[in-house]
Design a protein around this ligand. Sequence first.
Ligand code: XMP
Length: 525
Amino acid sequence: MDIIDHDRLLIIDFGSQVTQLIARRLRELNVYCEIHPYQNVTDELLAQIAPKAVILSGGPDTVTREGSPRAPESLWTFGVPVLGICYGQQTMMVQLGGDVHGGKISGGGGTAEFGRAFVTPSDAQCELLAGWFADDKEQVWMSHGDHVAKLAPGFEVYGTSPNAPYAITADLSRNFYAVQFHPEVHHTPNGAKLFENFIKMAGFTGDWTMGAYKDIAIDKIREQVGDKQVICGLSGGVDSSVTAALLHEAIGDQLTCVFVDHGLLRKDEGKDVVAMFRDNMNLKVIHADETELFLGELEGQSDPETKRKIIGKLFIDVFQKYANEIEGAEFLAQGTLYPDVIESVSFTGGPSVTIKSHHNVGGLPEKMGLKLVEPLRELFKDEVRALGRELGLPASFIGRHPFPGPGLAIRCPGEITRAKLDILREADAVYIDQIRKHGLYDEIWQAFVAILPVRTVGVMGDGRTYDYACALRAVTSVDGMTADYYPYSHEFLGETATRIINEVPGINRVTYDITSKPPGTIEWE
Ligand code: XMP
């Protein structure tokens, strides 16, 4: 389906950290939207996009500063509904004849406000708020230094909070709506309802699906890449797998994937990934088996950061070596997701401590001289999974737990040996099998075994054993930044321990790690 077939909503971005969340809320409502930075939104662009509605995002600037960002003047006579959020509300007010005061200047009864607040309705009725006020008040998230001190002509108040007398305002005759808070963030629990009402008023039919997103992403890739060659680092994780599948659908044989096998993968993983992509999906996949190189360099190393650095550096060297052999490669495809983009944008530059030097197939060095193709940059993790399903990747593959770039190396505290890795792979396979058999896999964010650098005494049959101890780990999490250990039943733990000890030679003791993050981390190193 061509993009022209879709109802379009334009988000004019004034630089808020959470602009993309507006897009996300809209996408959940099956609305196609485009985000454009305010500088680019000229009268011509507005006419060209021909949106059915416009949303003005928040932003860090202050409308009280001369030369601060504004919406294009033609917007006010364009004839479509406009919703201003935070800075968007403030620029709407000043552009239409109202007034905004800086945080420290009082006036209009407002002050700066950060965090949770409660909005109560006024007596006036407004369709934007249909079904919104549950208990005559709604929790919202405020984050503003400036505040509206005088409404523009034609506007009325529909909701107030203790520090924002103009929390919800509208000029119903012109279909202009403006809110001081952020309906797009989770801390405004019913914010989605406002968007739903807004798009309903604007006449959207909800014709935007992940299938439509896929079609547009494919068009964009074709346009960017032309007839050039693209390489993609495939890790077997969801992000790189969906990237590869999408590129393959867009440009077929112009894509070559490089799967670097560092010998630190789970049982059968290398074989399975290559079989799926190469044999089932017909992608060109180079299986770079560099086990000897990686394990050789890691020999005798037991410091976690040293291990991570060795793996990260070798990975780049190896990738580069294979990439150089692909003739005419001009592009590097990466599975960068939107949260990675926000994190890098919102990074304040303050002093922060490196807990672990993360390594994965993304972030390959710029010196490779390749242009980047990042088709997942606008998506959140669950949307990537939806896109993967759309592309025909099997559900079992898409729902896989995350697996770290350095692989089993960081699940083998202390020195890594091949013998330990073999034991770990077997124990992990039994553990995951148990989780699947008990129907727990999808409830858990990530589960794995770590083999501990201690051997303990046990008794099996009539004999003494002196084998490794291992730790089971399972956590629930939303994004990996914080995590809780999973509350297995004792029966499950007992059964799993028995199976591992019976089925995996080399392990005679099983423990369960009940540390949350923080203070622990998910991985052991
Ligand atoms: P931690 O151990 O930092 O892990 O609590 C959080 C999440 O990140 C994964 N992880 C990594 N992923 N490269 C990756 O691609 C890495 O170097 C790396 N280290 C940890 C970890 O598996 C968990 O999902």
